[in-house]
Design a protein around this ligand. Structure first.
Ligand code: AMP
Ligand code: FE
Ligand code: FE
Ligand code: ZN
Length: 279
């Protein structure tokens, strides 16, 4: 009876724990296996592989690709992507540049609103050399006393209805699926309950989508039931994970590690899909 968490973040993106710290916590929590799925980067995976070997926890190398569809952020999880591929890392570098431009625009907007935030302050806030994201900007706004919490930073400034929201062209979800497939991964639509567009699932199926994330801390029980049904209808793999980002002063960001566990049989199905690609 193993427990598996298929969605977590580290300091390689906007998580608070280093890959090695996260693996150690996974072992303490009694997880059999853990997927690390940082936003648009695989840079945490070599350290994670090493730590997982030492801790006796199985690591599923992964990524969470940021895409955009009709102004809505859509995330795609990619399991077993070839993180050692130089070509893949090169393509991810392009995404990093887009992210950097977007961050600069957000900071400009905040400056226009009279908030003296700078890229230096944001970069200094990162615990490691990982990808900079809105959560880092949010944390600086909290430190500056502009807002009381990260949540308020998103509600007032950084979220879709916020005053400093900037949406630059990103990959489309279709391109995200293809990027993952091109580099040997299994594409899974992350937290579909957040998008308000279930037609997307059918559209991505045509591109080669192989699963949907059904169990996620932001899904209601009704959404879980709906996506279980849709997964069966479309013959997609059902996955789940906590989206753990570490623990702040107000508790864990998103879910707590291991809080949305899936059984070992789901990992077995994921591996079977992976093996099928390699023959
Ligand atoms: P980015 O990748 O820089 O666009 O930032 C997206 C990340 O911000 C997500 O992966 C979440 O970790 C975080 N995030 C997005 N919306 C919210 C929100 N309303 N409250 C807290 N964190 C959020
Ligand atoms: Fe995040
Ligand atoms: Fe996500
Ligand atoms: Zn995530």
């Amino acid at each position: 009876m193993g427990r598996v968490d298929l969605h977590t973040h580290t300091t390689a993106s906007d998580g608070l724990l280093t890959p090695a710290e996260l693996i150690r916590l996974a072992r303490e929590r009694g997880l059999t296996a853990l997927a690390i799925t940082d936003h648009d980067t695989v840079s945490g995976l070599p350290e994670a592989v090493q730590a997982a070997g030492e801790a006796g926890v199985e690591l599923i190398p992964g990524i969470e690709i940021s895409t955009s569809y009709q102004g809505q952020d859509v995330h795609l999880l990619g399991y077993y992507v070839d993180y050692t591929s130089r070509k893949f890392v090169e393509e991810l570098k392009g995404l990093k540049e887009g992210r950097h431009k977007r961050n600069e625009r957000i900071i400009e907007r905040l400056n226009e609103l009279g908030i003296p935030i700078s890229m230096e302050k944001v970069v200094a806030k990162r615990p490691a050399e990982g990808n900079v994201g809105r959560p880092h900007i949010a944390q600086v706004l909290v430190d500056m006393g502009v807002v009381a919490s990260v949540q308020e930073a998103f509600d007032l400034y950084l979220g879709k209805n916020g005053k400093a929201y900037v949406s630059l062209p990103r990959l489309s979800p279709q391109e995200g699926v293809k990027l993952i497939l091109r580099h040997g991964g299994i594409p899974v639509l992350a937290h579909p309950g957040l998008y308000g567009n279930d037609q997307l699932i059918g559209q991505l199926l045509a591109e080669g989508l192989e699963g949907i994330e059904v169990y996620h801390p932001d899904h209601s029980l009704a959404e879980v039931a709906k996506y279980e049904r849709l997964a069966q209808e479309y013959q997609l793999l059902i996955t789940g994970g906590s989206d753990y980002h570490g623990e702040g002063e107000n508790g864990p960001f998103h879910g707590d590690l291991g809080s949305q566990p899936v059984g070992i049989e789901i990992l077995d199905r994921l591996k079977a899909l992976f093996r099928k690609k390699r023959v």
